[in-house]
Design a protein around this ligand. Structure first.
Ligand code: GBH
Length: 485
């Protein structure tokens, strides 16, 4: 891009929320403390061969014991908001019955600490850690789990409703359903397309029921939402076959959520594409769609990289593109009914995840949702990048690539706002290095470096840079040495 075009400070709207995000299993550790029992991620990570290097979340970043220091660090970094998740098995170990007070106390202390420092808590009820006892009776493939989730939502709302304004039901239900029950790369590691489709409906329904519970349990000032990892799907060519591949991935990656949420219906093409895999009529009961489409106050969007697809059976035109499995490994497919679609690595730079760096994808995604629902405020609830960070002999972590990545994506958010998208905030993934699911501790997404042997925290250069952006509410042009992307 022409630097002359971009060399100006981008001011964000007054009140724009600057935050960072984490998730319980990825940072808390203390896996067996204060009554917590295993979640599906404890079981999965302790199963040999499932997670890189046999890593587990047993200790993780030990945030359960270090939360006061971590909140002090957030204040130091001028964060206005902190997005975290509640560990279901810490609060309600078997997924049913009475709550464990010590579990709830942790989140009371955490949110008090945040509020004392003027940091707005943004709470997610479910970031993938289903109590193992619920998985043992079917997990997300069974309808009862939706009732269990609604009950759990009521418990947390009762305990924290007086101090938390922002409530998110689910983080990335696409991952829970299709990586958990389809590809098997995430817990519980099942690889059955029918189970994945049942899971996706039950996750949608669990969200809807929880919204109902939150609405009645929380004060009118509370803001409710769901966070989706929507896919910015692009066809590899204009051929009819590639366009159909893109339509299919848009259906089972995006519209499977947006349809019921926004229109109270599953898209007809999705039902047709998957009719041979699941009995939708038996799965979706009367009244379910009305529950799922209950109004929400805000939509969270997580974005990392675009999704480039072709018809893997009949590709004749367009450039040869390297393959990318589209789901980070796993033996099953996370795309039930569309297993023939091929995924490609978009051209250009990649991060340590081998994900393409493409900020236009974020712009396009925000504009798409804004066009569909102009009335609905949006938040970027996750965006960020893993790079091979290391501590220099002087004890510093210099990560210019992460600065360039975040800079370009913030510029995309700014452009979307200028073009009419109602984006209210941005949360960097992640506050600190953590347990990166199937990759264990091998991938570092943090603004803060964590030495997992000593648990020392070292803010990376990107953290200092982000702190300035947050403090000033302005994105300055990057100095030449930090490059552009
Ligand atoms: C999020 O998930 C999670 O919410 C968070 O917990 C996690 O730590 C973070 O992102 C980083 O991974 O194989 O090239 O086609 C990310 C969900 C789903 C995003 C798969 C990338 C495919 C990329 N991811 N997707 S590719």
């Amino acid at each position: 891009p022409d630097r002359a075009d971009t060399s100006r400070a981008l001011r964000f709207p007054p009140g724009f929320v600057w935050g960072a995000a984490t998730a319980a299993y990825q940072i808390e550790g203390a896996a067996a403390e204060d009554g917590r029992t295993p979640s599906i991620w404890d079981t999965f990570s302790h199963t040999p061969g499932r997670v890189h290097n046999g890593d587990t979340g047993d200790i993780a970043a030990d945030h359960y014991h270090r939360f006061r220091d971590d909140v002090a660090l957030m204040a130091d970094l001028s964060l206005g908001a902190y997005r975290f998740s509640v560990s279901w098995p810490r609060v309600q170990p078997t997924g049913r019955g009475p709550a464990v007070q010590r579990g709830l106390d942790f989140y009371r202390k955490l949110t008090d600490e945040l509020l004392e420092r003027g940091i707005t808590p943004v709470l997610t009820l479910y970031h993938w850690d289903l109590p193992q006892d619920l998985e043992d009776v079917g997990g997300w493939t069974v309808r009862d789990t939706t009732e269990r989730f609604a009950e759990y939502a009521g418990i947390v709302a009762g305990a924290l409703g007086d101090r938390v304004t922002y409530w998110t039901t689910l983080n990335e239900p696409w991952c829970s359903a299709f990586l958990g029950y389809g590809s098997g790369v995430h817990a519980p590691g099942r690889t059955d397309p029918e189970s994945a489709l049942k899971a996706v409906h039950h996750l949608n329904l669990a969200h809807g029921k929880a919204i109902g519970v939150l609405r009645s349990a929380l004060p009118a000032t509370a803001r409710t939402s769901i966070t989706l990892n929507l896919h910015q799907v692009r066809p590899a060519s204009g051929s009819a076959a590639d366009l159909d591949a893109a339509r299919r991935i848009d259906a089972v990656g995006n519209r499977v959520f947006l349809g019921p949420l926004f229109n109270g219906d599953y898209p007809a093409d999705l039902l047709a594409d998957t009719a041979h895999l699941v009995d939708w009529e038996a799965l979706v009961h009367g009244g379910d769609l009305a529950e799922i489409s209950r109004p929400i106050d805000l939509m969270g969007i997580n974005y990392y990289t675009p999704t480039l697809v072709s018809d893997g059976r009949a590709r004749t035109d367009g450039p040869e593109l390297p393959r990318n499995d589209g789901h980070g490994g796993g033996t099953g497919s996370p795309w039930p009914g569309s297993e023939h679609v091929a995924f490609h690595l978009p051209p250009g730079e990649t991060t340590a995840m081998r994900w393409a760096v493409d900020s236009t994808g974020l712009y396009d995604l925000l504009m798409r949702v804004a066009r569909e629902r102009p009335d609905l405020p949006l938040m970027v609830t996750e965006n960020g990048a893993a790079y091979d960070d290391y501590v220099s002999p002087e004890g510093a972590v210099n990560d210019p690539e992460r600065i360039a990545y975040v800079h370009s994506h913030l510029a995309a958010v700014h452009r979307a706002i200028a073009d009419g998208a109602d984006v209210r905030g941005y949360f960097l993934w992640s506050l600190m290095d953590n347990f990166e699911w199937a990759y264990g501790y091998s991938k570092r997404f943090g603004a803060v470096y964590v030495d997992f042997a000593s648990q020392a925290r070292i803010p990376k250069r990107s953290a200092r840079w982000y702190a300035e952006v947050a403090r000033d509410n302005v994105l300055q042009d990057l100095p030449e040495e930090d490059g552009k992307s």
